[in-house]
Design a protein around this ligand. Structure first.
Ligand SMILES: [Zn+2]
Length: 472
């Protein structure tokens, strides 16, 4: 019989006969197997062979998919499997719109079923600070709420608030661990820091209070890299983050940090002279390296978005997350790489712009330093859990197939499997099949509609909608 498995295992050898679905599962240790690898043998009994609890967990995920489609009688088989990448992430932005704990758990459990193993949690940004930090209660006191939403079509002046208590973050970590998933918290610096600067104004170059942003975009208010107080404060925040998040990686952001304020700031300029740096971009390299040096003493590995490579001095052991690399700096760097190419893998873009096929066919091997992948969902325009699920599923399944499988099938096979297995993943609001790969006309109109939606200007939006409606 035809078996559908997502992600595809390395090899499956069918054997004659069937085994009852409730047959005993026997676990065998095989220390020579890689940590997440496993073997699954169905034939009279069900035998799982692995070297770790992670391998056993993935074997049981596969077994569960087989049970889902085969009912009482499982086809006898011998299956071997191991992941392509060690780092298989998905990212949720909890800042632009707050994502409640139950929805995070839902996302984690669905993603674990497709053998993703890293939850990258975007916790701080210009529009909100979400993690409770005991040493600085003003962070959530002042910066976990904003007055208004001005995200394209969403325009209001209501209060939008939300934060995670330490206990809630620990609950997420332990839930993720039960699902054999590590958690990578992201504390964005030196840019995307308006919420931090709103609570602690003395960390900005001018020392003035900065407003929490109610719009999307890139903002000039960034952390002062010339003041010792900035580093001391970040280290105290990171001390608590490290205590809450025990896994190896900490993400420092490092993206989209305009340098205009650093150019004018006496402290930043003095730091450039003191450290003999080539300019403001190099100052960001110094900044990230210095925080990296601190975190290394705590046994952590640092991740940063690819803009930190622009400094030319980023330490080689910092893992770089590539989202946009027109100058091929990532491709030519010696750093370990996580790939999240925005035009193929940003799940907040509509299916019209990033159809399922485009996600599936993307090859992340930009060089031999790629250690993994990460599919993000940014939430500027994602306001509800149902909308998030619609955008993520099934595109996350396509990303998971790329991240896990060393035997990735052709797209048409994957699509057939997905049609069969979608109910298995238990996503209530997944995109319906007709939306996965829109025809050309719908791709064009959907792209226009997207830019109409995100455009705050009513006149321009009406122009787009006017043309859109004429087509119908
Ligand atoms: Zn400064």
């Amino acid at each position: 019989m035809q078996l559908y498995l997502i992600p595809a295992p390395s090899s499956v050898v069918p054997r004659n006969g069937f085994t009852r679905a409730d047959a005993e599962v026997i676990f065998r240790d095989e220390p020579t197997l890689p940590r997440e690898a496993y073997r699954l043998e169905i034939g009279g009994s069900i035998v799982v062979t692995a070297s770790s609890s992670a391998g056993r967990f993935y074997a049981l995920q596969t077994l569960s998919q087989i049970r889902f489609q085969c009912g009482q009688n499982l086809p006898n088989l011998y299956l071997e499997d191991a992941p392509r990448f060690a780092y298989r992430a998905f990212m949720i932005d909890s800042c632009r719109h707050f994502v409640p704990v139950p929805e995070l758990k839902k996302m984690i459990s669905v993603c674990a079923k497709m053998k993703l193993n890293v939850f990258h949690w975007h916790l701080t940004d210009d529009q909100g600070w979400r993690p409770e930090i005991g040493a600085f209660p003003e962070l959530i006191g002042k910066s976990s709420l904003r007055h208004g939403n001005h995200f394209g079509r969403e325009q209001d002046n209501r209060i939008h608030a939300g934060y995670y208590t330490r206990a809630q973050m620990e609950e997420i970590v332990s839930f993720a661990h039960e699902n054999r998933m590590t958690v990578v918290p992201e504390i964005d610096m030196p840019g995307h820091a308006s919420a931090l600067l709103h609570a602690i104004p003395s960390l900005s170059c001018g020392g003035k209070r900065v407003a929490i942003k109610t719009k999307p975009g890139i903002f000039g208010d960034i952390l002062c890299a010339g003041r010792e107080e900035t580093y001391e404060t970040l280290f105290r925040i990171l001390d608590e983050i490290c205590a809450i998040f025990p896994d190896p990686y900490i993400h420092l952001g490092g993206d989209e940090a305009p340098k205009a304020q650093w150019k004018q700031c006496p402290a930043c300029q003095a730091m450039i002279r003191r450290e003999n740096l080539a300019g403001e971009e190099a100052l960001q390299g110094y900044f990230i390296n210095r925080v990296r040096d601190y975190l290394v003493t705590k046994g952590k590995t640092v991740v940063t978005w690819n803009e930190s490579l622009n400094s030319g001095i980023l330490r080689d052991d910092v893992t770089v997350q590539m989202w946009l690399d027109p100058t091929k700096r990532c491709k030519n760097s010696p750093n370990p790489l996580i790939v999240s190419d925005f035009s193929h893998w940003y799940a907040d873009y509509p299916y019209a712009m990033t159809p399922l096929k485009k996600v599936y066919r993307y090859d992340p091997m930009i060089n031999e330093n790629v250690v993994g992948t990460d599919i993000p969902i940014w939430t500027e325009y994602i306001t509800t859990p149902s909308h998030m699920e619609y955008m993520c599923f099934p595109r996350f399944m396509a990303a998971a197939e790329t991240a896990w499988s060393m035997n990735k099938p052709p797209y048409r096979v994957f699509r057939t499997e997905l049609s069969e297995l979608m109910p298995y993943f238990g996503v209530r609001y997944a995109a319906p099949e007709e939306d996965w790969d829109p025809p050309v006309g719908k791709r064009l109109s959907g792209t226009v509609r997207h830019f109409g939606t995100i455009c705050p200007n009513r006149g321009v939006r009406n122009f787009f909608f006017h043309h859109e409606n004429k087509k119908k």
